[in-house]
Design a protein around this ligand. Structure first.
Ligand SMILES: [Zn+2]
Ligand SMILES: [Zn+2]
Length: 347
């Protein structure tokens, strides 16, 4: 396809420097597809890219089109594409593993050390069109799932990865942080049959949303002692699983105290702030800590299909929808935590 498109470009390696530009529509290679973007979701990563934090500095070489969570319609396929057709509704993995290293060969592509990310290492989806490799397209042709929700498959996959790490049926689970991924975690825990869902969240509006989404109890960890409150809600034993979506040092430290013996602390928000752990206290109780990176390709994608088939409804996560040209306002809302997910519409 020839022509031009609008795209949000990180134009220089410095604070800010995001601009809506007109660029040529990209061309797919033999094993790539061209997607007309229908909806794109703003992520915390996009906020970091705007601020040009150390994480961004280490990975991004401007100019690059940002954005990595989207849905769209396939409009062109490369000559060697076999699993995706023109007209398919797709969402996408954001990670492109190398497929050639030992880690990939062991089946752990989601932690491939050579992973490239769309919207980071190569052009992303805050644009009218994007080219992606066929292998990362998630085809989902049921029109009952609106484009705005189909755009959330990438973050949903992270939440699924975390919430499926330990079987939750009949178990008590603590969810630390009720931002968009934590909210997805609440919905998933409910559908998984968790016996008790306890949410720790300092933001009043988010606590209210958590209750509407199926949390059995919410705790404000600022005004209440989280350890005491969680133990009280779990007959003094603590939850079997605690899933941290906050990266908060206080939240993680409290979780290590209230976690049930043989329990697991699952870390989704991978904060770089060091925390101290008493190995004897944690270890004698037989607890474990697990980090969650990306989505297992493709197990978590199939589990997402399963949850959608079970009736997973992400409509409460989509709180704002803006035209692409108002990307800056959307990133502001995301940074201030005033939205769950803000969606940009390029068309
Ligand atoms: Zn993201
Ligand atoms: Zn690899």
């Amino acid at each position: 396809m020839t022509g031009v498109m609008k795209a949000v470009v990180k134009i220089a390696p410095a604070e800010g420097c995001l601009e809506l530009q007109t660029l040529p529509i990209p061309e797919p290679g033999p094993r790539e597809i061209l997607v007309r973007v229908k909806a794109a979701a703003i992520c915390g990563t996009d906020v970091h890219i705007r601020h040009w934090n150390p994480w961004s500095q280490a990975r991004i070489s401007p100019p690059v089109v940002i954005g990595h969570e989207f849905s769209g319609e396939v409009v062109e396929i490369g000559s060697d594409v076999h699993t995706v057709r023109v007209g398919d509704r797709v969402s996408s993995e954001s990670h492109i593993p190398c497929n050639n290293c030992q880690i990939c060969h062991e089946g752990n592509r989601h932690v491939c050390p050579h992973t490239k990310c769309i919207g980071v290492h190569q052009d992303g989806c805050f644009a009218e069109y994007i080219v992606i490799p066929e292998e990362i397209a998630f085809v989902y042709n049921d029109p009952a799932l609106p484009w705005e929700q189909l755009a959330l498959m990438e973050p949903l996959g992270v939440s699924v990865h975390a919430m499926m790490d330990v079987p939750l049926t009949g178990k008590a689970v603590a969810i630390i942080g009720a931002g968009p991924l934590g909210q997805m975690g609440i919905l998933l825990a409910k559908l998984s049959g968790a016996s008790r869902i306890i949410v720790l969240e300092p933001n009043t509006a988010r606590r209210k949303t958590a209750l509407q989404q199926g949390a059995d109890a919410v705790i404000d960890p600022v005004s209440q002692d989280p350890v005491e409150a969680v133990l009280h809600l779990t007959d003094g034993c603590g939850p079997h699983v605690a899933v941290d979506f906050s990266g908060s040092t206080a939240g993680l430290t409290a979780a290590m105290s209230y976690l049930r013996p043989e329990g697991r602390l699952i870390c989704v928000a991978l904060s770089d702030k060091p925390i101290s752990v008493s190995i004897s206290d944690f270890g004698y109780r037989g607890c474990s800590i697990r980090g969650i990176a990306g989505r297992r390709m493709y197990e978590n994608w199939e589990e997402m299909r399963g949850f959608l088939a079970l009736g997973l409804d992400l409509s409460s996560i989509v709180t704002h929808v803006l035209p692409l040209k108002e990307f800056s306002q959307g990133i502001d809302l995301t940074e201030r935590g005033e939205c769950a997910k803000c969606i940009l519409m390029p068309q």
